[in-house]
Design a protein around this ligand. Structure first.
Ligand code: SAH
Length: 205
């Protein structure tokens, strides 16, 4: 499938019905999601692989991974309502994704998900709760050797420091994330924020 085709398909997905600010629920724009997934595909991290989307929301990354030929895909999301939308989205595009409603901080979760080849995620950036992305990074490194994550631009040194000795950053792609006016504290109709897609490769102890 071409990048443009993937993008067009993902554009059809429904977003959060009632987004929750505390969970930093922002659907990844289709163009950015397609970019992350396509890079991952080209690096051999999607085709025939078991892929896990942490904080799968309405399913954007998980569904895209399935469409690109992942062998199996599991999405993990704390919000049941968002997961209902994700399931409908998955049916809409005839994707094959298993969704688990759970908190990434749940210690029994990694056993439930089982080992994966690749994690894709757009974790909370920590705008509402500092370091909200850390349990995502920890779980990702515990279940998969390779992780693609979307972070605020400028986060690279912090992610590198946090994963120190556990992972190396082997790819950085810059992009933009248009955030539409969603919550009362938003002051503009659309605000573009800079993001970085990081590829983390686990270092075995
Ligand atoms: N992956 C989706 C959503 C990104 S927004 C997309 O790319 O469009 C971040 C998601 O993480 C939200 O859906 C939010 O509900 C979820 N989330 C936040 N904290 C979580 C936690 N502790 N455990 C699981 N999911 C969580």
């Amino acid at each position: 499938m071409k990048l443009k085709t993937l993008e067009m398909k993902l554009q059809r997905l429904a977003g959060f019905t009632r987004p929750r600010a505390s969970l930093e629920q922002y659907q990844t724009p289709a163009t950015l999601a397609a970019r992350l997934l396509y890079d991952a595909l080209m690096s051999g991290d999607i085709g025939g692989k078991r892929v896990c989307d942490l904080g799968s929301g309405t399913g954007m990354l998980a569904i895209g991974a399935s469409l690109l030929g992942a062998e199996s895909v599991v999405g993990v999301e704390i919000d049941e309502k968002a997961t209902e939308v994700a399931k409908e989205n998955s049916m809409l595009l005839a994707a094959d994704v298993e969704f688990i409603v759970a908190d990434v901080k749940d210690e029994a979760l990694s056993a439930r998900i089982g080992p994966c080849d690749t994690v894709v995620m757009n974790p909370p950036f920590g705008a509402q709760k500092a370091h909200a992305d850390r349990p995502f990074i920890d779980l990702a490194l515990s279940i998969a050797p390779v992780t693609y994550g979307i972070f605020n631009s400028g986060s690279t040194p912090f992610v590198q420091a946090y994963t120190n000795g556990r992972a190396e950053i082997t790819g950085i792609v810059s992009g933009t994330f248009p955030i539409r006016r969603t919550f009362s504290f938003h002051t503009r109709d659309v605000q573009e924020i800079g993001v970085e897609i990081l590829r983390l490769k686990r270092i075995l102890p």
